[in-house]
Design a protein around this ligand. Structure first.
Ligand code: SF4
Length: 60
């Protein structure tokens, strides 16, 4: 499951949720982490409000 419902996502205001990177959602028993395939730190500090790699995800 890499695309949970929006209501379940951490930091709903994060740019990552709307990014074409695309980020992956890593679930543990207690948390959902946002793994970015582009940024060097892999787990960007959330919520991401500005990102030089951000590209809008095409609307489906
Ligand atoms: S490129 Fe930036 S905005 Fe996009 S998923 Fe990675 S950290 Fe988030």
């Amino acid at each position: 499951m890499s695309n949970p419902r929006a209501g379940e996502l951490p930091f709903p205001e994060s740019l990552c949720h709307r990014c074409a990177a695309p980020p992956r959602y890593i679930r543990t028993n207690t948390s959902v982490f946002i793994l970015c395939p582009i940024v060097p730190e892999k787990y960007p500090r959330q919520p991401v409000r500005e990102c030089p790699w951000f590209r809008p995800r095409p609307q489906s």
